[in-house]
Design a protein around this ligand. Structure first.
Ligand code: F6R
Ligand code: ZN
Length: 176
C-alpha cells in the first residue's frame, strides 16, 4: 500500500533516509549546505521506501522516492543521482505528487531533462544517469521501477556531476 497523502509506502522492507549532510560535495554552494545542516539539525533531505524483491535479472524492483522541497542558496534540492551498475538498465518514474525535473546524462556528457507533474511518467532509457530535482514547495513523490539486478553506481556522478544545475531565480526555474 502507498499512502498517497503522506507520499510513503506502508510497511516497507527497506527505508533509506538521506539527510542534508549526505549531500556534502554535491551542491554548488557548500557554505549554504553547511548552514542548513547546522541551523536545522541536519534535516531529512530525501527518503526511499522499497519492497524487497530478489536483486536478480527478471525481477522488478519498485519503491517510492520522496524528496523534500527547498533551496541551497538558489539551487533546488536534488537527489545524488546515479548510473546503474549494469549501465544498460532503464527505469520508469511515475510522479505521484509535487513537481520537479528529472535530469539525465550519459557517460559521454549528453544531457536531457523531463518534467515531473502528478500523473506524468518519466522514462529513463538504458545508460542514462538520473537525478530528481524538486522545483516546487511540497515533497516530490515518485514511484520507480527497474530491473532487480541493475545495482547503483554513485561514483561517476560524484566526480562529474550533471551538465546543468537547477536554480530558482526571480521566481523562475532556470537551468544553468
Ligand atoms: C533507483 C532509483 C531511485 C533513487 C532515489 C534516490 O534506481 O533511481 O530509487 O535511488 O530516487 O536517489 P539517489 O539514488 O540518486 O540517491
Ligand atoms: Zn536508478
Amino acid at each position: 500500500m502507498i499512502d498517497l497523502l503522506k507520499g510513503e509506502m506502508e510497511n516497507p522492507d527497506r527505508h533509506h533516509v538521506t539527510r542534508a549532510s549526505g549531500l556534502r560535495g554535491y551542491y554548488a554552494n557548500e557554505p549554504e549546505l553547511e548552514r542548513l545542516i547546522q541551523t536545522r539539525h541536519d534535516p531529512v533531505h530525501y527518503e526511499v521506501f522499497e519492497h524487497k524483491v530478489p536483486a536478480e535479472a527478471g525481477h522488478v524492483m519498485f519503491g517510492i522516492s520522496k524528496l523534500q522541497p527547498g533551496l541551497i542558496g538558489q539551487e533546488c534540492f536534488f537527489t545524488k543521482g546515479h548510473y546503474h551498475t549494469i549501465l544498460a538498465t532503464g527505469e520508469t518514474y511515475l510522479c505521484l505528487a509535487g513537481q520537479g525535473l528529472m535530469l539525465m546524462r550519459t557517460p559521454e556528457g549528453d544531457f536531457a531533462c523531463e518534467e515531473f507533474v502528478p500523473g506524468r511518467l518519466v522514462y529513463v532509457p538504458p545508460c542514462w544517469g538520473h537525478r530528481s530535482v524538486n522545483t516546487g514547495s511540497a515533497p516530490l513523490v515518485t514511484l520507480f521501477q527497474y530491473q532487480g539486478d541493475a545495482g547503483h553506481n554513485y561514483g561517476n556522478i560524484v566526480d562529474e556531476g550533471f551538465p546543468r544545475r537547477v536554480y530558482l531565480r526571480g521566481g523562475k526555474i532556470v537551468l544553468d
